[in-house]
Ligand binder design. Structure first.
Ligand SMILES: Nc1ncnc2c1ncn2[C@@H]1O[C@H](COP(=O)(O)OP(=O)(O)O)[C@@H](O)[C@H]1O
Ligand SMILES: [Mg+2]
Length: 244
């Protein structure tokens, strides 16, 4: 069997007395969509920050594409083929939608013309081609989330980490994002998706990891996880009425 694309080994991250992540371990195989769920404050975003190099883990190891990456900078990790979106989207507001994506594409070419061509392609992929010349700061939330995905694609990653890309979207916009994630999967790219909407996560994920109070509570197929008694009492039951 080939080695997993990503391996998180007993990763912990402490902020003073807060255990944001505690001994979290899981693997991600090439081509799969891993859903990462858990209540607010469970440590999901912190785990993304550790994986993508924004924080070094306090303990543990992270291996990506055959290399140990914990301790590397976000830029180094990105060059190895990993790209993320942010829960709080922050486009370069004063640049056009196209130029926001050009910035990502320039990771792989010094030719602005080539970067523009690639960027247009990625905008088409997410359905934003008609908005190319608009200032990114003026986009409504649904389109900003799509722009985030286009920016990520432009860096030509092998692993994409999406932090609540459906947060704040209406049903139709969420449906667009689900379609996009499945389309990206078809291209063979690997994705880790943080998402609150259980129906969405069950549809897109091959496997799901559940975090609770910083620790891994459960892991398995969508079916296994949604029928897991500990998950139901810690998460599904508690969040049923408060789907954020
Ligand atoms: N930079 C930080 N400084 C201090 N505490 C943090 C920081 N980032 C996250 N935390 C804490 O870590 C815990 C997990 O947060 P987070 O990873 O954002 O959870 P989630 O994304 O699952 O909602 C929370 O208690 C949060 O307050
Ligand atoms: Mg978060």
């Amino acid at each position: 069997m080939s080695a997993p694309l990503l391996e998180v080994r007993k990763v912990s991250r402490f902020f003073g007395g807060v255990k944001a992540n505690l001994d979290v371990s899981f693997q991600v195989e090439t081509g799969m969509v891993l859903g990462l769920i858990g209540p607010n404050g469970a440590g999901k975003t912190t785990l993304f920050n550790c994986i993508t190099g924004f924080y070094p883990p306090s303990r543990g190891e992270i291996h990506f594409a055959g290399q140990r990456i914990d301790g590397k900078s976000p830029d180094q990790v990105c060059r190895l083929g990993m790209a993320r979106t942010w829960q709080k989207v922050r486009p370069l507001a004063k640049l056009s939608v196209l130029d926001n994506v050009v910035v990502g594409a320039l990771l792989h070419t010094i030719s602005v013309r080539q970067a523009r061509e690639a960027a247009r392609e990625h905008l088409r992929a997410v359905g934003l081609q008609a908005r190319a010349d608009v200032l990114a700061g003026g986009l409504p939330i649904g389109e900003r989330k799509k722009l985030e995905v286009a920016r990520v694609l432009a860096t030509r990653p092998r692993l994409i980490l999406l932090d609540e890309v459906m947060g704040g979207l209406n049903a139709r916009e969420s449906e667009d994002l689900i379609g996009l994630i499945l389309e990206i999967k078809k291209r063979g790219l690997t994705q880790i998706v943080i998402e609150h909407d259980m129906k969405a996560i069950v549809r897109i994920s091959d496997r799901i990891v559940v975090l609770n109070s910083g620790e891994k509570l459960a892991e398995g197929t969508p079916k296994e996880v949604t029928s897991n008694a500990a998950v139901i009492s810690a998460y599904l039951g508690a969040s049923e009425g408060a789907k954020a």
